[in-house]
Design a protein around this ligand. Structure first.
Ligand SMILES: NC(=O)C1=CN([C@@H]2O[C@H](COP(=O)(O)OP(=O)(O)OC[C@H]3O[C@@H](n4cnc5c(N)ncnc54)[C@H](OP(=O)(O)O)[C@@H]3O)[C@@H](O)[C@H]2O)C=CC1
Ligand SMILES: CC[C@](O)(C(C)=O)C(=O)O
Ligand SMILES: [Mg+2]
Ligand SMILES: [Mg+2]
Length: 490
């Protein structure tokens, strides 16, 4: 199989990268109708599988699960997830031939073998759905001509897909139809109904392409969403220990700090996050983030370039073929970091203190969000999609660190995201070594304290303007506006 993106002529690559359109709420008036009465069979019952299935069933659709034989006979967690929630569970032979739509929600690494196993069993004219386009775009999976191939990709971890649905809302979702596999022309109607069934239509749906989804999703997860938070956690923690800050305090400041800081991002973007700081702290955070952006820009460009030309996927697939040797080694190394091994202390940290004593963390989030957004849009990804993959999803990933540190983040995200996260971390740690030499506890651990509260008017005006004028803030304001308007309707 060849990398599908690399087989396309340049103009087609560019057209598909730029394919992304925010859909109006009135395009979802039919709700789940296109899938009503159809049999949906989900392969895999993990992070996305379980949570999407629960939402789809609550939306009135007929959902069951198929698992590999060993998962059923050994009553593994995926079997328990499905059966204890009252779903029918069966083997591929039992359920795939009955399915109108097969939702492939197994890890990306398994897609080729899973699709090769289920395809011969699939009904004539049925549909194969994905939540990430890696298999189609990077591996060039060829699907039988009579089968429709769609994607419904929630822009968040599986746990949030369910939590938002239970709140009567949903999560922003990207949908697509593979142009090579839409024999009956109903791919879009089915993808819309599937997105509505998960609740995604209440938060905002982007009509996009498999290619745009893959090239933006990989970029977001490797850089700001997971990589930057991992690197930032390790560097900030080690610096505080080096400077004599209590280990329990340092551990708590970071473990919960990302969540508190990025909550401000969720409500009012980078501007609001920096507005939570005093004026001198804001100036400091801005200056640090500008320096960070300059140092890290080549790394962000490299990640995007390697994703676009297929270098990243080739490298990761080599690791797949080597029994995940690197992934497993890097996972074990992460578990051994000082940050990961130091429990959060039993100390009270007030909400504002996370900002005041975490100026460097604020600077890292700002730098990472803006760089990821700038790099994606420079590569042809549309601003709305780049926003979801940089700013929007950062708080959702930060929540996972608050639960159980980097272990929880890397457990919750896909294996593909975890691999890319470590790759970024290994490159970024040495890159920031000199920068970190100059860092002291005024920006991480203790705050600016009683230092002069004076700022230069012109400097402050320039900083506020730069913050508010950044393109991620413009598109963010519009998209957050849609989300809150839609939330009120529910
Ligand atoms: N994690 C996330 O939040 C997000 C994931 N996605 C995408 O969703 C898809 C699913 O990812 P995710 O939910 O993380 O996956 P998980 O790792 O959580 O999936 C695990 C499930 O897949 C099954 N499985 C594993 N290997 C095989 C195999 N060889 N054959 C059959 N079943 C297998 C497991 O069953 P068993 O018990 O047999 O091992 C289990 O039910 C991916 O394409 C991912 O990119 C998209 C957005 C976010
Ligand atoms: C963290 C990245 C993600 O793409 C996601 C949760 O959206 C993944 O692959 O896990
Ligand atoms: Mg994603
Ligand atoms: Mg992903």
């Amino acid at each position: 199989m060849a990398n599908y993106f690399n087989t396309l002529p340049l103009r087609e690559q560019l057209a598909q990268l730029a394919q992304c359109e925010f859909m109006n709420a009135d395009e979802f008036t039919d709700g789940v109708d296109a899938l009503k009465g159809k049999k949906l069979v989900i392969v895999g019952c993990g992070a996305q599988g379980l949570n999407q299935g629960l939402n789809l069933r609550d939306s009135g659709l007929d959902v069951s699960y198929t698992l590999r034989d060993s998962a059923i006979s050994e009553r593994r967690q995926s079997f328990l997830n499905a059966s204890e929630n009252g779903f029918t569970v069966g083997t591929y032979q039992e359920l795939i031939p009955t399915a109108d739509v097969v939702l492939n929600l197994t890890p990306d690494k398994q897609h080729t073998s899973v699709v090769n196993a289920i395809m011969p069993l699939m009904k004539q004219g049925s549909t194969l759905a994905y939540s990430h386009g890696f298999n189609i775009v990077e591996e060039g999976m060829q699907v039988r001509d009579d089968i429709t191939v769609i994607m419904v990709a929630p822009k968040c971890p599986g746990s949030e897909v369910r939590e938002e649905y239970k709140r009567g809302f949903g999560v922003p979702t990207l949908i697509a139809v593979h142009p090579e596999n839409d024999p009956q022309g109903h791919g879009l109607a089915q993808a819309k109904a599937y997105a509505a069934g998960t609740g995604g239509h209440r938060a905002g749906v982007l009509k996009s392409s498999f290619i745009a989804e893959v090239k933006s999703d990989l970029m977001g997860e490797q850089t700001i969403l997971c990589g930057m938070l991992q690197t930032g956690s390790i560097l900030c923690f080690d610096k505080m220990i080096e400077k004599g800050i209590d280990a329990g305090y340092a551990s708590k400041l970071i473990q919960y700090g990302w969540e508190v800081i990025t909550e401000a991002l969720k409500y009012g973007g980078v501007t609001n996050m920096l507005d939570r700081l005093s004026n001198p702290a804001k100036v400091k955070a801005f200056e640090l983030s500008e320096e960070l952006k300059q140092i890290m820009r080549p790394l962000y460009n490299k990640h995007q370039d390697d994703i676009i030309d297929g270098t990243f996927s080739r490298t990761m697939m080599e690791d797949w073929n080597n029994d995940d040797a690197n992934l497993l080694k890097w996972r074990a190394e992460t578990a051994e970091t000082h940050f990961e091994k130091t429990p959060a202390g039993n100390v009270e940290i007030a909400e504002q203190e996370f900002f005041d004593n975490g100026i460097l963390m604020v600077a890292m989030v700002k730098a990472g969000v803006e760089l990821a957004f700038e790099t994606m849009t420079a590569a042809g990804i549309i601003a709305e999609s780049a926003y979801y993959e940089s700013l929007h999803e950062t708080p959702l990933i930060a929540n996972t660190i608050a639960r159980k540190k980097l272990f929880e983040m890397n457990r919750t995200i896909s294996d593909t995201a975890e691999y890319g996260c470590y790759l970024y971390n290994h490159a970024c740690l040495p890159l920031l070594q000199d920068f970190m030499q100059k860092i002291d506890t005024d920006v991480i651990g203790k705050g600016l304290g009683e230092h002069s509260n004076q700022v230069d008017n012109q400097t402050l005006i320039q900083i506020n303007t730069a913050l508010r004028e950044h393109p991620v803030e413009k598109v963010g304001a519009t998209l957050r506006g849609y989300m809150s308007a839609m939330k009120k309707i529910v």
